[in-house]
Ligand binder design. Structure first.
Ligand code: AMP
Length: 251
């Protein structure tokens, strides 16, 4: 079985995101970037399937500018065998359907049996690329996976749904998006980071793909959330809280 894992580079989740002064987006200059956490879980799952003898090859794929190479090297340090970067100019903004259309072409070339994506990218919070890709490919899909079991040519995926779990069965090839509790990604060891530097990373310029951006969505404005109104008041005891609530001094 061949597994393709889609990996996005986002602002590191520990960094406080700042909006650009002109409201055109968020500040990316000199900001620490990292692999989207759900994609790290997807890479980890693919590598575990390989280690369990269920998969023969794990390929990480990104659509991004040249800086994405670093993120793909991290995926290979976790254990992906090789990587593909569809390189776009830094200023070219792509929407989810563009990404899904490009991934569709990678799938056509690579013919993976399983395609893993994160359930969402923590920068745009779109939660739609996996769903769009499965529609374009006409493959079965399972979103928000918390467990993946491969049995021969089929898959059982447990999904986290409101107030419970749902288990689906589907034939391969299929698209699965990962949720937080699927696994805990390993830390890449130094020897594996070194090994990853030597693994193959194919860079394909976006101009060599059969692709033009849809340009259906435009960002009008990005702004900081409103500052919280009101200040904290420290009350001495529960009785003071009850009186304050009765007087509607606190809400
Ligand atoms: P989104 O629909 O934007 O929330 O992203 C969902 C998932 O799609 C991510 O977790 C990634 O697995 C994949 N994805 C989104 N953008 C990219 C990209 N530029 N390159 C590779 N994969 C991506």
């Amino acid at each position: 079985m061949k597994i393709l894992v889609a990996v996005k580079r986002v602002i590191d989740h520990n960094v406080k995101v700042r909006v650009k002064a002109d409201g055109s987006g968020v500040e990316l200059a000199n900001v620490k970037m990292a692999m989207n956490p759900f994609d790290e879980i997807a890479v980890e799952e693919a590598v575990r399937l390989k280690e369990a003898g269920k998969a023969a090859e794990v390929i990480a794929v990104s659509i991004g500018d040249i800086s994405y190479q670093e993120t793909l090297r991290s995926a290979m340090a976790i254990g992906a065998d090789r990587a593909i970067l569809i390189q776009r100019p830094t200023e070219l903004v792509l929407e989810s359907l563009d990404i899904a259309r490009l991934l569709q072409q990678v799938v056509a070339n690579e013919q993976p049996d399983l395609i893993l994506l994160g359930k969402q990218a923590i920068d745009d919070d779109c939660n739609q690329t996996g769903q769009m890709l499965s529609a374009l490919l006409d493959y079965g899909q399972a979103t928000f996976a918390s467990q993946i079991v491969v049995e021969g040519n089929s898959l059982q995926v447990t999904r986290e749904i409101d107030g419970g779990l749902e288990t689906l069965a589907m034939e391969l090839p299929a698209v699965v998006t990962t949720d937080l509790r699927l696994n805990e990604p390993r830390y890449a060891t130094l020897p594996n980071i070194m090994k990853a530097k030597k693994k193959p990373l194919d860079i394909i310029d976006i101009s060599n793909m059969n692709f033009s951006p849809l340009g259906q969505t435009k960002t009008i404005k990005v702004s900081e959330p409103k500052k919280r109104a009101g200040q904290c008041t420290l009350l001495n005891d529960a009785a003071a809280l009850v009186s304050a609530l009765q007087a509607k001094e606190v809400i």
